[in-house]
Ligand binder design. Sequence first.
Ligand code: PMP
Length: 397
Amino acid sequence: MFESVPLAPADPILGLTDAFSADARSTKINLGVGVYKDEAGTTPILASVKRAEALLLESEKTKSYLGIQGLPEYGAHVQKLLFGADSAIIANNRARTAQAPGGTGALRIAADFAVSHLNRTKIWVSNPTWANHGAVFKAAGLEVAQYTYYNAETKDLDFDAMVESLKSAEAGDLVLFHGCCHNPTGIDPTSEQWKILADMSATQGWLPLFDFAYQGFAVGIEEDAQGLRTFLQNHDELLIASSFSKNFGLYNERTGAFTLVAKSSDVADSAFSQVKVGIRSMYSNPPAHGAKVVSTILGNDDLYTQWVAEVAEMRVRIHKMRGLFVATLADKGVEGDFSFIERQNGMFSFSGLTPDQVTKLREDYAVYIVGSGRISVAGMTLANMDALCTGIAGVLK
Ligand code: PMP
């Protein structure tokens, strides 16, 4: 039977990492996958994470199963990050959180819940969006529609066109928003624009799904939740997929969370009971380690302060690299205004390079970026900047 199964194409992002690993050139640079690198070019374990792990090594007594929704205290910590510690949603017990295997797992839980229990059939995602969104939602049985987001000419959000295309999203449709640090463009709505979107969503009756994978990478932990919190002011019901892969550097520990907000505590209980049934049939219960680390840090004032400082350090380093990247391109004689790169948030920059230029960059200069032209700024360092900009200048000639 198996010989009739055709070979699948390589994953557009993870396939690139495989190609990078196989490249024998010592000068190669990987700016494909969204993984933070420090100045030394390594992806470090945060010091706060190491300290939490040391505490866990001492205190952990069992590896017995967690419940279906994961570690009990984890949900409370995640909700504080999302809504703010003094949020009425927390006081009124209107949210429920399930620990999830990464942000991807959380997105899949959200989509399965919407299809199986809310009879939803369609989700709207931005054009462009994270390369895996379409696959996750289609696998859950949703039709995926796109709303306009990016204007390649102005290198900015085309807000009027976004609003215009979202007029076609009907009552009950899911609409996906990136909580902050839009992937891949790095451009987020302003606070006024979030307000307009939230009003539009409430009026048209959408079910918003927030994908929150970079909290703390734009401006700060609290500030970055502004879009979500604006929506919560006029929405009784909403879904959130959190990822702690980037802001805790817990990539391979698969640490995420699915959160639902409901009208009341009772409604939240029934809805969440079905979410748990869904999880039970998918992976039964989540892995423990990453969530224990996150809970240890968020539940300890000292570790929390250290973590906030470490997130700031990552954010500031990436921002510095943006500035240096723009300056080095200018030094190399690359014409054009690249100042938009400094205005973008988060790990990525949407460079505007064409697929042919991306291929040439890989073949001639051993610089690996995603075919869409997305560059992971988080992978730039003082050491690789010159070679990177030489390559870009070369392909733009
Ligand atoms: N959503 C977005 C926008 C992302 O960029 C990512 C990670 N690249 C994810 C979700 C998935 O996160 P995780 O690795 O935790 O599954």
